[in-house]
Write a protein that binds this ligand. Structure first.
Ligand code: AMP
Length: 287
């Protein structure tokens, strides 16, 4: 049975709505999103529902995490269908602040994330994690959740948030949920809708290259250089693929790994037909 979630745009209203729940000792879960919701987002909502008494889903396309040449203006905004999907999941509250509510005139405080924000996405998208960390910290202050839910799809983002929470002693549990994929392996993303049907097929090279890395590791290959070279060949079978990075890194520090002796993150960012896609998987060399 669907239950309409409460749609709240103001910080003051959200706080007063959560006040009674908090006083009653209820566990509050937060799922931060930029909307254009898909099964990946909804899996986070379900996880929050399973572990919390009240689930707040924020939908906010945060301008401060987009670079000047990125897709802020054309980012999909589908509030009506998002709210319908959240009603099906019985989410309690949907927080939809305006830019003015989040960044009123005179706004000037920013979170400078630490070293895990530097490589990979940090290198390609200058200022991205400063914007992400700032908006997430603001959402944590506004909602004061007991737990917050993020996807492994944005592995580095989850790491940046984890280190912010640790460094700033924030009393919130960070839960990272597995990547939800289409049946053919493409990781769900709000940006997939930009892809033409042919580009959508070419985009499968991301998943193929990650599977190839898994297979090479299972066969005993331990050289990061060799694994990355094979992944690159696979990606480049898509004629228009532009690779930002293919990286094998330590999943805690994101420092490059040369020989795979333990758990290693394989992460990539590739543009297909003007749409930048990211994906990753954890490689577990058998002991
Ligand atoms: P976004 O709306 O893209 O900012 O994503 C909001 C949250 O959903 C982030 O924590 C993402 O990591 C997560 N997410 C996005 N795509 C997926 C996916 N395919 N599987 C699981 N989580 C996802």
């Amino acid at each position: 049975m669907d239950t309409q979630p409460r749609l709240i745009a103001s910080i003051a209203d959200l706080r007063s709505n959560l006040c009674a729940a908090r006083k009653a000792g209820k566990r509050i879960g937060l799922v931060p999103t930029m909307g254009a919701l898909h099964e990946g987002h909804l899996s986070l909502v379900r996880q929050s529902q399973a572990q919390c008494d009240v689930t707040v889903v924020s939908i906010y396309v945060n301008p401060s995490q987009f670079g000047p040449r990125e897709d802020l203006a054309k980012y999909p905004r589908t509030l009506k269908s998002d709210v319908e999907a959240l009603a099906e999941q019985c989410a309690d509250i949907v927080f939809v602040p305006s830019d003015n509510e989040m960044y009123p005139a005179g706004y000037g405080t920013w979170v400078e994330p630490g070293s895990v924000a530097q490589p990979l996405e940090g290198q390609c998208r200058s200022g991205h994690f400063r914007g992400v960390a700032t908006v997430v910290l603001k959402l944590f202050e506004i909602v004061r959740p007991d737990a917050a839910y993020f996807g492994q799809k944005d592995f580095q983002q989850a790491l940046v948030i984890r280190s912010m929470v640790r460094d700033l002693n924030m009393p919130v549990e960070i839960v990272v949920c597995p990547i939800v994929r289409e049946p053919d392996g493409l990781a769900l993303s709000s940006r997939n809708r930009y892809l033409s049907p042919a580009a959508r097929r070419r985009a499968l090279v991301l998943w193929s290259s990650l599977q190839q890395a898994e297979m090479l590791v299972a066969q005993g290959e331990r050289s990061a250089e060799k694994i990355v070279a094979k992944m690159r060949d696979t990606i480049l079978t898509a004629a228009d693929a532009r690779i930002d990075y293919i990286a094998l890194v330590d999943p805690e520090t994101l420092k490059p790994v040369l020989d795979l002796t333990g758990r290693t993150l394989a992460a990539l960012a590739v543009t297909i037909e003007n749409t930048r896609l990211i994906d990753n998987c954890l490689l577990e060399p058998p002991k």
